[in-house]
Design a protein around this ligand. Structure first.
Ligand code: GRF
Length: 208
């Protein structure tokens, strides 16, 4: 059984996709041991509560320094004893000690086809604004392991989505969520839960 902790900051539609997939059997051998948000108002926390999943808020605002937040945050994650940490729209910088502790056991969903439109400053609508500004015809989403960089760890899954004439950033964001994010994040968790993802030389191998 893969125990997962999901870290969120906002609406939680990716969390919902994971919850629904665990409940429907789309994700097997997996249990969500808790949801942690830095934002006490994150609707994602409500989604967790509605499904009887432990949910807590650990905010940098509750600590006198970033170092003390980092320590308290890592303690809160460790307390859930996760085999896998899932960043689902989590907007706080992950403490370096946590990246080391959960190397190749922490994944992130990013709303672009990495290495396009990623890295510092590329999050949420900004990603889709940049894609439309560049005039690309295909966008998508990526699930990757988290390393010391921003959106730079080994890629696990990607899924492409067509840009349509007249798309606004909001319309494009929703299509990427519906057609890509909400599919590949659960799929990546199921692959990991069933021992089908290895990392070799900084790249993933998906076992058939
Ligand atoms: C998603 O677009 C995700 O790709 C990005 O942040 C957003 C989170 O949305 N990392 P939600 O909170 O899962 O609805």
């Amino acid at each position: 059984m893969l125990d997962i902790a999901v870290l969120v900051s906002g609406g939680g539609t990716n969390l919902q996709a994971v919850i629904d997939a665990v409940e429907s059997g789309g994700i097997t051998n997996t249990r969500i041991t808790g949801v942690i948000s830095n934002n006490k108002n994150a609707y994602a926390l409500e989604r967790a509560k509605e499904h009887g999943i432990k949910s807590i808020c650990v905010s940098p605002k509750d600590f006198p320094s970033r170092a003390e937040f980092n320590q308290g945050f890592l303690e809160a994650v460790d307390a859930l004893e996760p085999d896998l940490v899932v960043l689902a729209g989590f907007l706080v910088v992950i403490p370096p000690e946590m990246i080391e502790k959960y190397r190749n056991r922490m994944i992130n969903i990013h709303p672009s086809l990495i290495p396009s439109f990623c890295g510092t400053g590329y999050y949420g609508l900004k990603v889709h604004e940049a894609a439309l500004s560049r005039g690309v015809k295909v966008v998508g989403a990526t699930v990757h392991f988290v390393d010391e960089g921003t959106d730079t760890g080994p890629i696990i899954l990607q899924k492409a989505v067509e840009v349509e004439q007249g798309d606004t950033p909001e319309v494009l964001q929703r299509r990427v969520m519906e057609q890509a994010e909400w599919k590949i994040l659960p799929r990546a968790i199921d692959l990991i839960a069933n021992g089908r993802v290895k990392v070799e030389d900084g790249k993933t191998v998906i076992l058939q």
